[in-house]
Design a protein around this ligand. Structure first.
Ligand code: ADP
Ligand code: MG
Length: 677
């Protein structure tokens, strides 16, 4: 078996299953091996049900005494019961609405079963028992839980992954001296342990190694990019006299911080080395205008420019801002996104090639191969953290010598910036424009969430608008989080029965998303229940309340970013965090949000409070492309990986040079940070 074989080559995967796996991003064997569990269940093994605590997941070997007849409960569910015997006790195994489940059992036969223990009036029961096959019951087990879509189930994934692993051997691909220095578990063993951990320690070691690997590969990519950039020649743009006219047209006076950053950029533009600069500035610090001024100068030098944003909504917003600002300067600006009609796309692409378009604004539609510029002089990527290094590179590849400016509102600590963007120079807009009001922030326990909705109704009656944000989760059995659809239905039929409520999430078609955003902007929709799709850049000054559900699930920086969606107009604004406050850590994190509006401070606190990882907790699906690593939690690993990568890239020894070439080759062949031979 080859790891690049199509997934349908795997035994037990037919075309239908293949399609389902495709939906999870699994196309070949490698993808499958890299489909890491999102969490694990610690399952205890015992010989008697009474040795366990209530709610524990357990494995037991027991014999079926009898199978009872199904009964219908008061609330109209079908209850099936099997009586098991184990040690000296009998206990009931029960299922609701799964009458077929008992059919797998035969009286007097013995099975290894797993399920959740329930202690009920002094009696022990097991809910949802399942038969485990081929299980040796000598040790406690850690069972992988995968992200599941479309009726896939864990045992199926477990089975095909272990089938594949029994047929392949994965070759080590970190330099030997690194494996030795950090005492890493070999790659092959790590991949096996991440899917079916031998024990807790092996799982931790596997994760440590794989995280390092991702961060190391990422760092190598960044440093090699920097080397590449150093070698190409840039365009020296003059400072055009029209800059002065533009300055007169600005709707406001630039802050000192903005002016400083504009100066830094213009100096870069003048040099004939390609610019590679990151502009970092808190939400609302005014990055857009800085970018537009920089683009303007390049355009007035006779070159084309491009600006890429992560969402269509944001791209449109930039487009309108640019059109307004450049109105009297004879600049041809076009918008290219996923929903541009095919006909218009054709026209735009042609005009672009012929140099008729000066400024192209859009989403990642811009990086498509057939988008060709005549003389591209500058590229701006907004909300850069939303794009991977690969996407950033693809856009840069449209012109070897164009200046590159990336903008990010993720206020990351300086130390992290160095690791993350080692290839970039950094400018910071460290002051907000004058007159900004602080967004008052409160947190509530889940039980009091109605208070937040009451408050919302009050603001709406005064003409304001409200965002309610939920974390992005799949509805699944054991995560009872407010997923966006459930909450929307609940609110629409309950609290906000007489109010215009709409839902917005990433899986909706673009057209629908835009229409809803448009309606929200116009004020026709009062409450927008959404996932974090509204996290970046959206500007609706009349919205004054940001409610965040399950706030404990978000990183602080992300909470801060979301909060930045309100407080953009003249009205007093509020952010209400609804959290499941069980631990001191959560409380401290919520306090941090309440007490500070400073993105950089919040980011540092996040790094401090989160510290060690919560291995068995829910893993925040990151905005980066890492499978395992979390840039905040795994900062120390990142630093080490970064240092090792830097050493290899800068080394003159022939051995390191060989390693460098090898890694470069691998990275080019695989878009994933964990790559194989
Ligand atoms: P971000 O840095 O989050 O991208 P934007 O560029 O969207 O911020 O700017 C946020 C808002 O602040 C916009 O409405 C913009 O017009 C306004 N703004 C930007 N700079 C200034 C300034 N110097 N004075 C007043 N308002 C400003
Ligand atoms: Mg912005």
């Amino acid at each position: 078996m080859n790891i690049y074989d199509d997934i349908t080559f795997v035994k037990g995967v037919g075309p239908k299953m293949g399609e389902k796996l495709n939906k999870c991003g699994i196309y070949n064997v490698l993808d499958l091996l890299l489909y890491f569990p999102r969490d694990y269940d610690m399952v205890k093994i015992g010989s008697s049900i009474e040795q366990f605590e209530d709610k524990e997941k357990v494995i037991l070997e027991c014999t079926v005494k009898s199978i009872l007849r199904d009964i219908r409960t008061k609330n109209n569910k079908i209850l099936s019961t099997v009586i098991f015997n184990c040690g000296n006790n009998n206990f009931k195994g029960q299922w609701f609405n799964q009458p077929y489940a008992k059919n797998s059992f035969r009286v007097n036969s013995t099975y290894v079963i797993t399920g959740k223990v329930e202690k009920f009036n002094g009696e022990y029961r097991m809910s949802n028992p399942k038969i485990l096959k081929n299980t040796s019951i000598d040790k406690n087990k850690i069972l992988a839980k995968y992200s599941l879509k479309d009726n896939l189930n864990n045992s199926f994934l477990n089975k095909i992954i272990s089938d594949v692993l029994s047929q392949v051997r994965i070759i080590e691909n970190l330099p030997a001296k690194i494996v030795e220095k950090y005492q890493f578990m070999p790659l092959d063993e790590s991949i096996r342990n991440i899917h079916s951990p031998k024990d807790r320690y092996s799982l931790e070691e596997a994760r440590r190694r794989l995280k390092f690997q991702e961060l190391f590969a990422y760092s190598m990519k960044i440093f090699m990019l920097k080397e590449l950039n150093k070698s190409s020649l840039g365009i020296g743009f003059k400072m055009t006299h029209e800059l002065r006219d533009l300055k007169d047209k600005l709707p406001f006076q630039l802050t000192e911080a903005q002016s400083r950053v504009v100066r830094e950029i213009l100096i870069d533009e003048k040099r004939n080395v390609p610019m590679n600069r990151l502009v970092q500035g808190d939400v609302g610090s005014g990055k857009t205008i800085v970018a537009l001024i920089s683009l303007f100068n390049v355009i007035k030098n006779g070159y084309q420019a491009a600006m890429m944003a992560p969402t269509e909504i944001l791209a449109k917003q930039h487009y309108f801002e640019a059109t307004t600002l450049f109105e009297e300067f004879g600049i041809n600006i076009q918008l290219l996104t996923g929903s541009t009609t095919a006909k218009n796309k054709e026209i735009i692409k042609n005009d672009l090639k012929e140099g008729k378009i000066d400024l192209l604004i859009g989403t990642h539609a811009l990086i498509e191969e057939d988008v060709v510029f005549k003389n591209l002089g500058m590229i701006v990527t907004d909300e850069q953290h939303r794009f991977g290094v690969n996407q950033r590179n693809k856009l840069s590849a449209k012109s070897e010598n164009a200046d590159v400016l990336v903008m990010s509102a993720t206020p990351i600590p300086r130390t992290l910036t160095l690791c993350l963007y080692g290839d970039l120079d950094v400018s910071v807009i460290d002051k907000l424009p004058p007159g900004r009001k602080k967004v008052d922030t409160y947190y509530l326990d889940k039980k009091e969430k109605n208070r937040a909705y009451d408050f919302t109704l009050k603001e709406i009656s005064m003409g304001r608008q409200v965002y309610i944000v939920c974390p992005l989760v799949e509805e699944n059995e054991d995560l009872k989080l407010s997923s966006v659809e459930t909450l929307y239905n609940e609110l629409k039929n309950g609290y906000f029965k007489n109010i215009e409520v709409a839902i917005l999430h990433g899986k909706m078609p673009n057209k629908e998303k835009n229409a809803i955003m448009e309606e929200f902007k116009n004020g026709n929709i009062k409450v927008l229940v959404s996932t974090t799709v509204i996290e970046v850049g959206v500007n609706v000054p009349n919205s004054t309340v940001m409610i965040i559900e399950n706030a404990e699930r978000f990183g602080l920086s992300q909470l801060h970013q979301l909060r930045g969606r309100v407080g953009r107009g003249s009205h007093k604004s509020y952010c209400i965090l609804i959290a499941n406050i069980k631990s001191d850590t959560t409380k401290r994190r919520m306090e941090t949000m309440k007490n500070s509006n400073d993105g950089f401070y919040i980011a540092e606190e996040d790094l401090r409070i989160r510290g060690g990882g919560e291995l068995f907790g829910f893993r925040q699906s990151g905005e980066n492309n890492f499978l395992l690593a979390d840039l905040v939690e795994d900062f120390r690993i990142f630093k080490a990986a970064n240092m090792e990568a830097k050493e290899i890239v800068n080394s003159e020894s022939s051995e390191d040079k060989k390693v460098k070439i090898e890694i470069k080759d691998k990275l080019e062949r695989s878009s994933k940070y964990i790559c194989f031979n």
